[in-house]
Design a protein around this ligand. Structure first.
Ligand code: SF4
Length: 423
C-alpha cells in the first residue's frame, strides 16, 4: 500500500473538518445561485424523479457553463419530465433539443440509459453511488456521487474540476492534478470532508466555491469562507509579511518555503517546477501540458435551390450514428486528405458530388471557397465551404445517407451542430 501523504496535504484534525463544513455550508446557504435543478432537487418528493432531474443537470453541466445550460435544462424537463417520457423519445428529438450544447454523445447516452432504467430496472433509479456507476451507461464516478448525494443524501464526496482546484489550493497539492495518484488522494479527501448530514449541499457548496470564488485565474481569497483553512493562502500571506518586514528594515525570519519537508513527496510541486511567488495561490493546481488539438479540414457544400414558395432551401444530410457529432444533420461534407495537391483535391470533390447526385456534377469549376474554423475539444476543424446555387433539382442517392431540403428556419430547428450553424 502506498505510504499515507504527509500531514501538510491532509485534513487530519476533526475539529478543523467540522469548522470547514460549517463555514462552507453557512456561506452556501447565503450565497448559492438559484438554479432550476436545485429547486427540483429540493422540492420533488419522488426519489426517482428527483434523481432523474439531478442526473440530467449533471450530464448537461459536464463541459458546459451553467448560464448556457439553464435554458436547455428547462426545455428538456418540460418536454421529458420523467425517465419514462425520455425513454419514449426518438434520438432525433434528443439531438434537436441538444443542438448547440456540444458533446452530443451526452444526450444520446442519457437517453439510452433512461431506456435501460425503464426496461431493465422497472423504472427505478439505482439508489447508491456504487450502483448508479455500475448499472447506468455514461454515469461515471463523479456523476454517480452527485446524484446519490444530492438526490438520496448518501454521504459520498465528488471530485470535478472545481473541487480539484479548491482542494489542491487548500492543501498545497502541486503534483499533476490529472495523474491517477493525485486524483485518488482527492477522492479520499472529498469523501472524508463531505458533511454527513447535508452531503448534497456540501458537495454543491464546494463546487460552487470553485465556480464563483476560488476561480482559476483570479480567486477572491478575501471573500472566501474557508480562507482560514487554506494552506496556499497561508503561504502567500507569510511571503507578504516577510517582504514587508524586509522593506521596513525589520529583522525577519525567512518564511518556511519548504514544501512538506518530505523529500520526493508525490503531492508537492515537482522539483523542476517549484512554487512561483508571482503566481500566488494559482500555483495550484498543476496539470500536465495539454495535447495540441488535431488539425482537420473538411469540404462542405451548401447546395441551394428555390423551394416551392420561392424561398431558398438547403440540402442537409445525416451523419453516421456513431463517432463525432453522431446522428446530427449537416451540409454534405467530405473530409480532406492531408497533403493532397489542390488539383487532386478538387477532382476528389467533383467525384464526391457526382456520387452524391447520381449523375455528372454540374460544377466542373468549383467556386472559390470560404473558410469557417471551429474548435472541438480535441480537433481544430476548418470547413472549406462551397456555396452552390442550383438551377434544377437534384436527388441525392438515398443509399449514401438520409437527406432532406430545409428552409433556413427549418435548418435552425433541426439537430445541427454549432459548427454547421457557423457554416
Ligand atoms: Fe481558493 Fe483563496 Fe479560498 Fe484558498 S483562500 S480556497 S485559494 S479562494
Amino acid at each position: 500500500a502506498p505510504a499515507p501523504p504527509p500531514a501538510r496535504h491532509l485534513f487530519s484534525d476533526p475539529a478543523e473538518i467540522e469548522a470547514l463544513r460549517g463555514n462552507l455550508l453557512a456561506w452556501y446557504d447565503k450565497c448559492k445561485r438559484d438554479l432550476p435543478w436545485r429547486t427540483l432537487a429540493a422540492t420533488e418528493p419522488d426519489a426517482d424523479r428527483r434523481a432523474y432531474a439531478v442526473w440530467v443537470s449533471e450530464i448537461m453541466l459536464q463541459q458546459t457553463q451553467v448560464a448556457t445550460v439553464i435554458d436547455y435544462y428547462n426545455r428538456w424537463m418540460q418536454k421529458w419530465p420523467t425517465l419514462q417520457a425520455l425513454a419514449q423519445a426518438s434520438l432525433e428529438e434528443v439531438n434537436e433539443l441538444w443542438a448547440g450544447l456540444g458533446y452530443y454523445s451526452r444526450g444520446k447516452r442519457l437517453q439510452e440509459a433512461a431506456r435501460k432504467v425503464v426496461s431493465e430496472l422497472a423504472g427505478r433509479m439505482p439508489r447508491t453511488a456504487e450502483d448508479l456507476q455500475k448499472l447506468l451507461p455514461g454515469v461515471g464516478r463523479y456523476t454517480a456521487g452527485a446524484i446519490a448525494s444530492i438526490s438520496y443524501g448518501q454521504a459520498t464526496g465528488v471530485v470535478d474540476g472545481n473541487v480539484i482546484r479548491v482542494l489542491c489550493r487548500l492543501r498545497c497539492i502541486g503534483a499533476d492534478s490529472s495523474s491517477p495518484a493525485v486524483i485518488d488522494r482527492l477522492w479520499d479527501m472529498a469523501n472524508a470532508l463531505v458533511d454527513r448530514s447535508r452531503p448534497g449541499d456540501f458537495n454543491q457548496a464546494l463546487m460552487e466555491l470553485g465556480a464563483t470564488v476560488c476561480a482559476p485565474k483570479a480567486p477572491l481569497c478575501g471573500e472566501c469562507p474557508v480562507k482560514q483553512h487554506c494552506r496556499a493562502r497561508r503561504r502567500v500571506e507569510k511571503e507578504l509579511a516577510f517582504a514587508s518586514q524586509k522593506l521596513f528594515g525589520k529583522p525577519a525570519s525567512v518564511p518556511d518555503v519548504e514544501d512538506c519537508g518530505v523529500g520526493g513527496c508525490p503531492l508537492c510541486p515537482p522539483a523542476t517546477e517549484p512554487w512561483d511567488s508571482s503566481l500566488g495561490v494559482t500555483n495550484f493546481p498543476r496539470k500536465a501540458a495539454k495535447k495540441q488539438p488535431r488539425a482537420r479540414r473538411t469540404s462542405t457544400f451548401v447546395l441551394e435551390r428555390r423551394g416551392c414558395h420561392g424561398a431558398p432551401e438547403y440540402l442537409i444530410v445525416q451523419r453516421p450514428s456513431s463517432g463525432l457529432l453522431a446522428g446530427l444533420w449537416e451540409f454534405p461534407s467530405l473530409l480532406l486528405a492531408q497533403g493532397l495537391q489542390e488539383e487532386k483535391q478538387r477532382e476528389a470533390l467533383a467525384d464526391h458530388l457526382q456520387a452524391w447526385m447520381g449523375r455528372p456534377a454540374l460544377f466542373i469549376c468549383l467556386p472559390i471557397p470560404s473558410q469557417v474554423v471551429h474548435i472541438f475539444s480535441h480537433i481544430h476543424q476548418t470547413y472549406v465551404v462551397y456555396s452552390l446555387p442550383l438551377d434544377e433539382d437534384v436527388t441525392l442517392d438515398p443509399a449514401l445517407s438520409p437527406s432532406r431540403w430545409v428552409t433556413e428556419e427549418e435548418f435552425h430547428a433541426s439537430a445541427v451542430s454549432t459548427a454547421m450553424k457557423k457554416v
